[in-house]
Design a protein around this ligand. Structure first.
Ligand SMILES: [Zn+2]
Length: 517
């Protein structure tokens, strides 16, 4: 394959994916992948579950289950939600011995080449439990913004914290367990060793980062750069580190993301012969793009990049990290523990999937926090999408007496169709990627197509056909229906004639149909 590898942040299988996750990386990655595929470009859209995370331990303890059981149930739910929303991710591979071998094959050469350094650090230590605390096992005061944060990186400000950086650390598993600080010797990878490469990399891709992420990267670069833990004392979960200097330790879970993505790509490509990492090799000619949340900018945007750079020029580096902010539900944070959430699968059982995808695209949190409301979904999709769409279908039905009949297209029709195509392409390209603008484009073009008079019916149909092709990455079902009826979903706007077609109608949601009766 010479094409694009699209990676969505690896979901932690400590629960299902809800609408807030969908409106973040998963739908955005799907729409970008669909856009590229429609243009004839090979795409692998992959991810896998992030089983080794310490959050598995804390969530399992809360539910009175084991991390392994929690993994199994959550992975099945995540897979089901992804499919229900029409997210065109390859099936997520099982996290098994072959996966763990792929991780070791990625990390061990770096160890052998002397990229890692031994450090004696201080880590929070839960005295009663007798365990070192990191990531999801610890909470404390973020040194960068002073709010409560877990270990690793701060959900609020995005800044990293490692080892004993958190102020007033507490054990998540047992807040009453006195936390002290203890020395331990671990392997680290100093990011400072890669400052020059990082600076050049960010400068070259400046225009693909959204403003807030760019600012965070700048802030992190302005200080001494952190050292990435490569190993941490084992909490009894994770991949055992195979290094003589660090007995009883695991690989720091976050450093699995790159081998996990490489392995997922290989599985998604059908396990081609040759090395597992061949699609990720610099000489492959492939390009790479990540979709993830702002809270993962430090890990996916810096740590994982350094993990690739540490291999010299062996690997691709991403052309872009498309980052989203937080999505709220009815003006409150999505919360699994309080059951304040909507699962994608539940929503699409009530509302046609195209309407859900359209509303999430229109309201997704690209540059700042955004809000989902069920009332908004029903109102906006009915008034701005379904009603004008179906009115346009009526208009075309009145115009087209003979579907399949060849109609003449004039220069004016071709020119307008090309303008529509260009407007949408700008929304789907990485340097200006925006689902909210693409969804807004659907609204504005619909309104225009519904009212403008055309001397030639072929001109209107040419514009509508181009519009359908542009809307197809978002509205996957109605455009597939059009295609099944013979409409060619092409952005080629140069044709002299067009075969007349009827526009399939958009169904309404169960609830809004009930209310209008
Ligand atoms: Zn913070």
């Amino acid at each position: 394959m010479t094409g694009t590898i699209v990676i969505a942040a690896t979901p932690t299988p400590n629960g299902d994916l809800h609408v807030g996750h969908m409106a973040g990386p998963y739908l955005a990655g799907d729409i970008h992948a669909r856009y590229l595929r429609a243009a004839g470009h090979p795409v692998t859209y992959a991810t896998c579950t992030d089983d080794s995370q310490s959050y598995m331990i804390s969530t399992a303890a809360k539910h009175g289950t084991t991390p392994a059981e929690l993994c199994a149930t959550s992975t099945a739910r995540i897979q089901r939600s992804v499919e229900a929303m029409g997210i065109s991710l390859a099936p997520m591979p099982p996290i098994d011995d072959a996966y763990r071998q792929a991780v070791l094959d990625f990390v061990t050469p770096l160890y052998e080449q002397g990229r890692f350094e031994l450090r004696t650090v201080r880590m929070p230590y839960a005295a009663n439990a007798g365990t070192y605390l990191f990531d999801g096992l610890v909470k404390g005061e973020c040194p960068a913004c002073l709010t409560e944060s877990c270990g690793g990186s701060c959900e609020g400000c995005g800044h990293p914290n490692h080892f004993d950086d958190l102020g007033d650390p507490r054990s998540v598993l047992d807040p009453a367990d006195p936390v002290t600080s203890r020395e331990v010797t671990v392997l680290v990878l100093p990011i400072e060793n890669y400052r020059q490469e990082l600076t050049a990399y960010y400068a070259a891709r400046e225009n693909t980062w959204r403003q807030h992420s760019r600012q965070l990267i700048r802030e992190i670069l302005a200080r001494p750069l952190p050292e990435i833990p490569i190993t941490v004392p084992s909490p009894g979960w994770g991949i055992d580190a195979p290094f003589a200097e660090t007995p009883g330790q695991i690989l720091y879970p976050w450093i699995e993301a790159m081998p996990a993505s490489i392995y997922s790509t290989w599985k998604a490509d059908g396990e081609p012969e040759g090395p597992v990492d061949q699609a990720w090799r610099a000489e492959s000619g492939n390009s790479l793009v990540y979709f993830h949340g702002f809270d993962n900018v430090y890990f996916w945007g810096m740590v994982d990049l350094v993990m690739l750079l540490a291999h010299g020029d062996r690997y691709l580096t991403p052309d872009a990290n498309v980052c989203n902010e937080f999505y709220e539900l009815e003006n409150e944070k999505f919360s699994t523990s309080r059951n304040h959430l909507i699962r994608g699968a539940d929503l699409v059982a009530e509302v046609p999937r195209d309407l859900v995808r359209f509303y999430l695209a229109l309201t997704c949190p690209e540059d700042q926090r955004a809000n989902f409301t069920r009332e908004g979904l029903d109102k906006v999709t009915a008034q701005r999408l379904r009603d004008p769409w179906n009115a346009l279908a009526d208009r075309i039905e009145a115009l087209v007496t003979d579907p399949g009949e060849e109609l003449k297209v004039t220069d004016a029709g071709r020119r307008r169709a090309a303008v529509i195509a260009r407007r949408f392409q700008a929304c789907y390209d990485l340097t200006s990627f925006s689902l909210t603008r693409a969804a807004d484009g659907i609204i504005t073009q619909l309104a225009r197509l519904l009212t403008t008079e055309r001397a030639e019916p072929g001109d209107l149909l040419m514009e509508v056909r181009t519009f359908l092709a542009c809307a197809a990455p978002i509205l996957i079902d109605v455009t597939a229906e059009a295609e099944a009826r013979g409409v060619e979903l092409t952005l080629d706007t140069g044709a002299e004639t067009i075969d007349a077609f009827l526009l399939p109608r958009l169904p309404g949601s169960v609830r809004s149909d009930r209310s209008t009766r």
